[in-house]
Design a protein around this ligand. Structure first.
Ligand code: GLN
Length: 193
């Protein structure tokens, strides 16, 4: 069975995620409504503005659909703003979040001078050398606990975490031509269907 990968299409760079997954053996679909979310075997929450995506999630009832999808055991991957929404703690901020991962994040953590940058990251579980990582007004993870496992760091800051069926990247794998992280997520999805 070809898995349906839902790309949350409320705000942010969902088009780039759709494009990135189109090269792989899956069916990427933009999802906006609760029933569309629930029709998928995996979900990607893209980069964008986490407060806006959060508000739209609540407005359209997508928040509950994502929680249900998670309870069913479907993998969920958040990039950048998506990572913020997966975190249990957001430093100094009470904005709405899904709060599924045992991580604390700091928004816009790299500061003004390095608003956006790219670097090569060694990632645990990804073979064949480092991955080019693009950061855009990115958060990083200040703390992990419980089941959350650090997969990559940049200058001692945690930028990729996995917690069982949940994956979070502070950077944007959809903005390069390397598809290894999409394939890693797809393998998580295929292992449960
Ligand atoms: N700065 C954004 C936020 O805090 C995230 C940036 C991104 O997703 N590229 O929501």
């Amino acid at each position: 069975m070809t898995p349906r990968i839902g790309i949350l299409a409320l705000q942010g760079d969902f088009a780039e995620h759709l494009q990135a997954f189109s090269a792989l053996d899956c069916q990427p679909v933009p999802v906006k409504r609760p029933e569309e979310v629930l029709s998928c075997q995996g979900l990607v929450i893209p980069g964008g503005e986490s407060t806006t995506i959060g508000k739209l999630c609540q407005r359209f009832g997508v928040d509950e659909a994502i929680m249900q999808l998670h309870q069913r055991g479907a993998p969920i991957w958040g990039t950048c703003a998506g990572m913020i929404l997966l975190a249990k703690e957001i430093e100094g901020n009470d904005q709405w979040r899904l709060g599924l991962m045992d991580i604390a994040v700091r928004r816009n953590a790299f500061g003004r001078q390095v608003d956006s940058f790219a670097t090569d990251l060694a990632i645990a579980g990804i073979a064949d050398g480092p991955v080019r990582a693009v950061f855009i007004r990115a958060p990083y993870v200040t703390r992990v606990w419980g089941e959350a496992e650090t997969l990559a760091t940049f200058e001692d800051n945690i930028v990729m975490v996995r917690q069982d069926k949940l994956l979070a990247t502070a950077f944007h794998p959809e903005l390069t031509d390397d598809r290894r992280i999409q394939q890693y997520f797809l393998n998580m999805v295929c292992s449960i269907i």
